[in-house]
Design a protein around this ligand. Structure first.
Ligand SMILES: *Cc1c(COP(=O)(O)O)cnc(C)c1O
Length: 357
């Protein structure tokens, strides 16, 4: 891709910004969006920031039929000094390209897109909320736009970035969740698309999630698709267990999404000299540890909540109550450290944050 000039068309009438604290996730969008197009002969072209508006697409656009699409999710935070920090955004753009490779979508130039992203956030800086726990959620995504019902990769695409201010994930304080260990449905299998952030991975989980919710659970914990034995991850979170002093998380095997929060937690634990292992964890091992009183903490990790403690796991009618439904000491320390760095309240010794100047 050659260097291309970013065009900016500003909004005439700015929207009303939401009131500070209780902003529901993903329903409010800022005044502008970023968009660029791709055609096989031209590559990516016409990068532009324009007023946020609906798209017009042909009903035969390939995205509607075969789901050739990828996305990312990251956040920008306002510090007390009024600067804006993004958390490891280069990792998200790298992962977007990995997802694209799996779906046969053309890659973006990560450095150029980082420049466009910064420009968009600079323009929308008044939309970054400043109350503790709030942030601006960033959703880059790519869709296949060719009008063609053939089952084949599209010859044209749109790459877009939209922004959505979000309230605190835990408005009433951190509350451990109840999770069902899914024994019937499968999220992803070896050789499938589990490692890609692509639409079909999520809608295919809705039925299991609905069943789990009916039974009083917040989400499901997926097991591997072959043996229904090894733990993979939660709906949109990776999972960690503290077993007898050691932190364990399922190893990346191609069907698990490689979370950036997961990666950051492993790096922090290593820095703190707390033993951490990436390996296979079977549900039987977990239950055994529970029975032996060694299952000390369980927490999910992802951009949305950072750390989401699990207070209870339900597995085939068996209930594991973890740490008396309370957040564990290590979960709390990890949460405080990562959110402290993200919001600029703690020194960023790992150089994780990127300032939008
Ligand atoms: C996005 C996502 C995660 C978490 O990744 P982060 O980079 O930490 O936000 C975990 N699992 C799935 C399935 C996801 O889509």
């Amino acid at each position: 891709m050659t260097e291309q000039e970013l065009k900016i068309i500003k909004c005439q009438n700015l929207k009303q910004k939401p009131s500070k604290d209780q902003i529901p996730f993903g329903r409010t969008f800022t005044d502008h969006m970023f968009i660029m197009d791709y055609e096989t002969e031209k590559g990516w072209y016409d990068p532009r920031i324009i007023p946020y508006a609906p798209l017009t697409l042909d009903p035969a656009a390939m995205i509607f039929h075969y789901g050739q699409t990828v996305f990312e999710g990251l956040k920008a935070y306002k510090t007390q000094e009024n600067s804006i920090l993004m958390f490891r955004p280069e990792k998200n753009l790298q992962r977007l390209n990995l997802s694209s490779e799996r779906l046969r979508i053309p890659k973006i130039d990560e450095e150029q897109v980082m420049g466009y992203l910064k420009e968009l956030i600079r323009l929308e800086k008044d939309w970054v909320p400043s109350t503790p726990g709030t942030s601006l959620y960033i959703r880059p995504f790519i869709i296949a736009t060719e009008s063609n019902l053939a089952v084949a990769p599209s010859e044209s695409y749109k790459f877009m970035i939209i922004l959505s201010p979000v309230g605190s994930y835990f408005p009433g304080g951190i509350e451990p969740v109840v999770i069902n260990v899914e024994d019937q449905f499968t999220r992803a299998v070896k050789g499938g698309t589990g490692m890609a952030k692509t639409a079909g991975n999520y809608s295919s989980g809705y039925q299991a999630q609905a069943n789990a919710k009916e039974a009083g659970n917040a989400d499901v914990l997926w097991l591997d698709g072959v043996h229904k034995k090894y733990i993979e991850e939660v709906g949109s979170m990776n999972i960690f267990f503290k077993i007898n002093g050691e932190v364990v998380t399922p190893e990346l095997n191609g069907s698990i999404l490689k979370g950036i929060t997961r990666m950051s937690i492993i790096e922090l634990l290593n820095k703190w000299n707390i033993p951490v292992a990436e390996r296979k964890v079977s549900i039987d091992e977990l239950y055994q540890a529970y029975e032996n009183g060694q299952l000390e903490e369980v927490f999910g990790t992802g951009t949305a909540a950072v750390i989401s403690p699990v207070g209870e796991l339900n597995w085939l009618g068996r209930k594991m109550v973890i740490n008396n439904h309370e957040i564990g000491e290590l979960s709390q320390r990890l949460y405080d450290t990562i959110t402290g760095i993200q919001q600029g309240n703690l020194e960023d010794t790992q150089e994780w944050t990127v300032e939008v100047e």
